[in-house]
Design a protein around this ligand. Structure first.
Ligand code: AMP
Length: 594
């Protein structure tokens, strides 16, 4: 039997330990969690606290608790805990020893060797301090590897495919992004950039400020006891995590404090939109670092073949959106971003001890699941039916995501929900796998919020729920074989079915970004829509005519042809042809004008 070497991610906020079992890296659990918060403390009775217990104590007894000691590694500074001084190595050693014990308990054997990960930017002195911490903990550090290298190993296994990837690591208190080259089994960090004081804690702080602002507005000046402050911080972090998967969260804390002898409770809803506004500057800062890292590697975004997301805070949807919209890359987050680095350390450890190693085993969905909604196309000033993804391809399952949509008519009492499987943003190119109507909605002005939730369970069953937010009224369906690939006959049938649906697409009303359909209002809407389109068509024709004299004969002919096509389509009220010709004319005009 090969000797056991464990892989350790010694993080600023959290630490984890993993080992290769049956060729795959497996995270080892301490009680119910594989995450050990990187907190060390001494309680009032003088007993040592590590992990969750120390983290719980921190808010109330910060002088007895140490957090984020990783930031001090190699600095030569001392930290004080319960009146006694410790070196950062000693505190890190306490965390490492706890991880060693977790591994020994789980594996039921002695563990003496480890691979430990360190940030790519760590200096020799910081690396040496980490090695010393390992030794104090009774571990021989057989190798130290860079965190981005570990993430690449978790995804790429033995790394024989040549490629250039980016590892974006946004944790609780630190952020770094690295460009990593993989070639012939060698994984190398080509360039790295980051900020040692940027992370999820900043997001929590923004939410805390927002909550305190609300309390002040309601109750005037307030002064909080440490316990109340701790409760607010905890609630803020929980709210942040909820907002990664939901469009709204309600922060509720009963009996937070007393003001003039009256108990004060906290009860505030925060929308994802509000939250994203709070954290946008942080995400933008991280994107600047992405550009700096690319520049440092002498590369552009198009040279990057894959982006791997690492660190708990990279689950924030805004991070993924920025990558897709600003950088043009769809990041990978199949492997739990909290655990990816430890898994990679275990892969490296397994390789050293001669194990056969493969990548992390994760159950993922091979398809995107979305719902259809109307969206304004600003370029052509037309309205497109688009698929809005709730669960994206390659998401680990089980997974549950919610989004908010809005009604478009006053007093709209029902809404049709369509569920699609597939990668296209065009619904007719995806497969309609389910649909249902939620009826009896309250008679409210347009913009009534409907929350759609998609939950894909381990058995591939997709549970779809639509809830009217103001009343809680809901309707649910289950789609049994959501992950099954449909055969050709079924595909044709599904396409035919949605083809029919789309032939009436121009009947939908538009107002705002997302729209849900109300059948009862379709006729009335259609007339309004037709009139609107006719006005747009006339405006376009005028624009084309104004250009005619200034362009080449060939272009003139094309303009005339398209103007005629639009007039013909208007005459026979052929919506599809009208839309097509308007689109083409728009493109020609855009080309001629530029
Ligand atoms: P790490 O240092 O990688 O363990 O990341 C810890 C940070 O990730 C903390 O700030 C957590 O609050 C944050 N985090 C964990 N899960 C999520 C989530 N689902 N959405 C946003 N942040 C998260």
């Amino acid at each position: 039997m090969n000797e056991i070497i464990i892989g350790i991610d010694l993080g600023t906020t959290n630490s984890e330990v993993a080992v290769v079992q049956d060729a795959h890296p497996v995270l080892l659990k301490n009680q119910n969690s594989v995450i050990l918060p990187s907190y060390v403390g001494i309680d009032q009775d003088g007993a040592l606290l590590v992990g969750e217990a120390a983290r719980n104590q921190y808010a109330v007894y910060p002088e007895r608790t140490i957090k984020s000691v990783k930031r001090l590694m190699g600095s030569g500074d001392q930290v004080e805990m319960a009146g006694k001084e410790y070196s950062p190595q000693e505190i890190s050693a306490i965390i490492l020893k706890s991880l060693k014990e977790i591994a020994e308990k789980q594996l039921k054997q002695k563990v003496e060797k480890a691979v430990i990960t360190v940030p790519a930017y760590f200096s020799d002195v910081q690396r040496q301090a980490t090695r010393e911490a390992g030794e104090i903990a009774g571990l021989e550090v057989v190798k130290m590897i860079n965190e981005p290298t570990a993430a690449a190993l978790a995804y790429e296994g033995d790394a024989h495919v040549g490629k250039t990837i980016m590892v974006y690591d946004l944790g609780g208190g630190t952020f770094d992004v690295s460009v990593v080259g993989i070639e012939d089994g060698v994984i190398e960090v080509i360039a790295s950039h980051g900020n040692n004081h940027l992370g999820g804690d900043d997001f929590d702080r923004k939410i805390v400020e927002h909550l305190l602002e609300h309390l002040k507005e309601e109750h005037g000046e307030i002064s909080l006891a440490p316990e109340a402050e701790a409760r607010i911080s905890r609630a803020a972090e929980q709210a942040k995590i909820t907002l990664s998967d939901n469009p709204f969260v309600t922060v509720k804390e009963e009996y937070l404090f007393e003001k003039d002898g009256v108990p004060v409770h906290l009860d505030l809803e925060i929308s994802r939109e509000e939250y994203e506004e709070m954290i946008t500057p942080f995400i933008e800062e991280s994107m600047e670092a992405v550009h700096i890292a690319l520049k440092g590697a002498n590369l552009t975004a198009s040279d990057i073949e894959e982006v791997l997301l690492v660190g708990g805070s990279s689950r924030t949807p805004l991070v993924q959106q920025y990558f897709e919209k600003e950088i043009g890359l769809v990041p990978h987050c199949e492997i739990d971003p909290d655990l990816c680095v430890a898994a990679g350390a275990a892969v490296q450890a397994g390789m050293i001890s001669g194990e056969e190693v493969s990548t992390v085993l994760v159950d993922i969905t091979p398809y995107t699941f979305s719902t259809a909604s109307l969206q304004v196309n600003m370029q052509s000033m037309s309205y497109d039916m688009v698929c809005v993804p709730l669960i994206k391809k390659n998401s680990p399952i089980p997974v549950k995501k919610s989004e908010v949509f809005y009604t478009v008519h006053d007093n709209q009492e029902k809404v049709q929900i369509e569920v699609y499987q597939g990668e296209s943003t065009v619904p007719s190119e995806n497969i309609l796998i389910g649909e249902f109507m939620i009826t009896g909605l309250s008679r409210k002005p347009e913009g009534n919020e409907i929350i759609d939730t998609f939950e894909l369970d381990k058995n591939g069953i997709l549970h779809v729920t639509a809830i009217e937010k103001c009343t809680g009224k809901s309707k649910k369906i289950e789609i049994d074989n959501a992950m099954a690939k449909l055969d050709k006959k079924e595909m044709d049938k599904a396409r035919g079915k949605i083809g029919e649906l789309f032939s009436s697409q121009s009947d939908y009303d538009i107002d705002g970004e997302y729209v849900v359909v109300d059948e009862e209002n379709q006729e009335e809407t259609k007339q309004g829509e037709d009139a609107k389109e006719a006005v747009e068509a006339e405006a376009l024709i005028k624009k084309a005519e104004a250009l005619m004299d200034d362009v080449e004969t060939e272009d003139q002919e094309e303009l005339v042809e398209l103007v005629e096509a639009i007039r013909d389509a208007l005459k026979v009220a052929d919506g599809a042809r009208l839309g097509e010709s308007m689109h083409e004319l728009n493109e020609v005009i855009f080309y001629l004008e530029s």
